[in-house]
Design a binder for this molecule. Structure first.
Ligand SMILES: [Zn+2]
Ligand SMILES: [Zn+2]
Length: 240
C-alpha cells in the first residue's frame, strides 16, 4: 500500500533512522510485548474491585455481543482521554514523546514506543474488560486488530476515502497527530468519533510539513529507552 498509495511519494523504505525503529519492532515482539502481557494477566484482576457487584452482574447478564460492544466503546473512551493526558501531563509525555520522536512515518515507525508507554496504553484499553469481568479471550481478535490498525495508521499511505474517514479513521488523521505541534489533535485510536465529540478532530487536505517533537532526544534505541527514566537534570546533561 505504501508503494501504490504513498502519502509522501519520495520517502524510501530505508529512510533515516529506520534501524532504530527496527530495534523497537524487534524489542516489542521479542521481549517487551510479552512482559506487558504477563504483567496484565497477573495483575489485571486488581481492577475487579473497581466496579460495584450490581454493575458487574447486570453487565454479566447481557448477551455476549452487547457486552463486547460495551467493552469496545468504554475502551475507546478511556484510550481517548488517556492519550490526551499523555500529551498534557509532563510525566506521561516523558515516555510518550519517544513515540512522537519519529521524524518519518511508515509501518515500521508504528512500533517506536517506550515499554512503559505501552504498558499504560494496553492497561487502559483492557481496564473495562477486567473491571467488568469480561473474558479477555473473547477480545483477543479485537486486540490483534488494534495492533494491525496501529501499523496501518502510521504507514506512509493516503487513500481517497472521502467522508468515510470521519467514521472509520485513516492514516492522514494519525499523521496529523504526529505533527510537530504537540497538541495538534486526533487522539482517538480507531474511529475518530471521540475527537469529533470532544472537539479535537483535525484533517487538513495535505500532509504535515514535519513530524517529530520540539525537544532534543537521544537518537539511539538504548538512549530512547533510558532517557525517560533518568532524572531530568541528568538526561539534560547527556542529551542536550
Ligand atoms: Zn500521541
Ligand atoms: Zn502514532
Amino acid at each position: 500500500m505504501e508503494k501504490v498509495f504513498p502519502a509522501k511519494p519520495g520517502q524510501s523504505i530505508f529512510r533515516p533512522r529506520w534501524i532504530v525503529d527496527l530495534c523497537f519492532f524487534l524489542g516489542q515482539y521479542l521481549f517487551w510485548g510479552g512482559l506487558v502481557l504477563w504483567l496484565l494477566s497477573d495483575f489485571g484482576h486488581w481492577f475487579r474491585g473497581l466496579v460495584p457487584e450490581q454493575v458487574t452482574s447486570f453487565f454479566g447478564n447481557m448477551p455476549l455481543w452487547l457486552q463486547m460492544i460495551w467493552v469496545v466503546v468504554l475502551s475507546d473512551f478511556l484510550i481517548y482521554w488517556g492519550h490526551r493526558l499523555q500529551h498534557n501531563v509532563e510525566f506521561l509525555w516523558r515516555f510518550h514523546k519517544v513515540h512522537h520522536s519519529a521524524e518519518h512515518l511508515d509501518w515500521l515507525a508504528a512500533h517506536r514506543e517506550h515499554p512503559l508507554d505501552s504498558l499504560y496504553t494496553v492497561g487502559l484499553i483492557n481496564i473495562p474488560a477486567f473491571a467488568l469481568g469480561f473474558p479477555l479471550e473473547s477480545l483477543a481478535g479485537f486486540i490483534a486488530f488494534r495492533g494491525i490498525w496501529a501499523i496501518y495508521i502510521h504507514s506512509n499511505v493516503r487513500l481517497p476515502l472521502g467522508p468515510i474517514r470521519k467514521i472509520i479513521g485513516a492514516p492522514e488523521l494519525h499523521h496529523w497527530h504526529h505533527d510537530k505541534d504537540r497538541r495538534a489533535g486526533n487522539y482517538a485510536n480507531i474511529s475518530p468519533l471521540m475527537d469529533i465529540l470532544f472537539g479535537t478532530y483535525t484533517c487538513p487536505d495535505h500532509e504535515p510539513e514535519e513530524f517529530g517533537i520540539e525537544e532534543d532526544t537521544p537518537k539511539s534505541y538504548a538512549g530512547q529507552l533510558i532517557e525517560p527514566i533518568l532524572p531530568g537534570f541528568i538526561s539534560r546533561r547527556i542529551w542536550k
